[in-house]
Design a protein around this ligand. Sequence first.
Ligand code: TRP
Length: 347
Amino acid sequence: MKKIILTGDRPTGNLHLGHYVGSLKNRVKLQNEGNYDEMYVFIADTQALTDNFNNPKKVRDSVIEVALDYLSIGLDPNKVTIFVQSMIRALPELTMYYMNLVTLARLERNPTVKSELKQKDFGSSIPVGFLNYPISQAADITAFNATIVPVGDDQLPMVEQTREIVRSFNNIYGKTLFEPKAVMPDNEVCRRLPGTDGKSKMSKSLGNCIYLKDDSNTVKKKVMSMYTDPNHIRVEDPGDTKNNTVFIYLEALSNEEHFKKYLPEYKNLDELKAHYEKGGLGDVLVKRFLYEVIEDILSPIREKRKYYEDNIDLVYNILKEGSRKANRHADETLKRVKKAMLIDYFE
Ligand code: TRP
């Protein structure tokens, strides 16, 4: 069996540090390790439209922004096929066939959909397209015969739903599709990075993000006003590092190199934590260090971004070429699916 890696993001704004630690960083690592047959990363504009259908401009603008984010973090179009979901003609057709295999109740039980429904307050007016997006996501994954799907923890229910669809399809029509496996970052804190306000998730709609494209001053302001331990009032007070967003970020982002470079008084995060917990270590020093760490990660990303912003035609060409390649693969899968379903009349 071929090893095919596939993942994507909804274009509803720029990507942020939560995406970076939850998935982007891992993708670049996978890309460079080269241990795969094919790798696809795509911009899920069709899915973004399921809850932004009345804001097409936002989705369109975000497609290019996400492409810039991808290229600036180091995704390499020579190794990875980068494409736009709506350009792939087989996907809506596959979705249509898979819809027969899923019940309404099953969609409503999907935990991610459930919490999104609550957040969006659709009431009894849930758009069919929105409820259907896990099925369309199964089409994304299976169209490319993906076996590995690198994602954050909120996407596990989608991959699980895809596996069910694959099993059900193969049962009825014969072995045609492959069951994908989700892979998540080893470091647990990376799976769901909290927002700068300490809320459970960094999310655009909550306004608590540090974006990959934020400039240095913006990052500084955001870090310096971050939520820490509310009981750590005086420097001498012992502090909590567990529910402390600044320490959670350090856990997700910092390494011993950063300590050597920016805070050589401490060898590693454990030492810094121990001092904070004992008391005598102020928030400002820890925040300054976090700022340096984030800058260390973001400055090369910003530089690359600038290059692609100045060569925007290149970015469009990468997407166009990627979509052309992706169509070839997806068309082939659709052909096999139709054959299995006995609707290949003129072949
Ligand atoms: N649901 C993902 C997100 O919210 C985007 C996505 C669409 C995706 N299709 C996918 C991710 C297939 C992995 C595999 O960002």
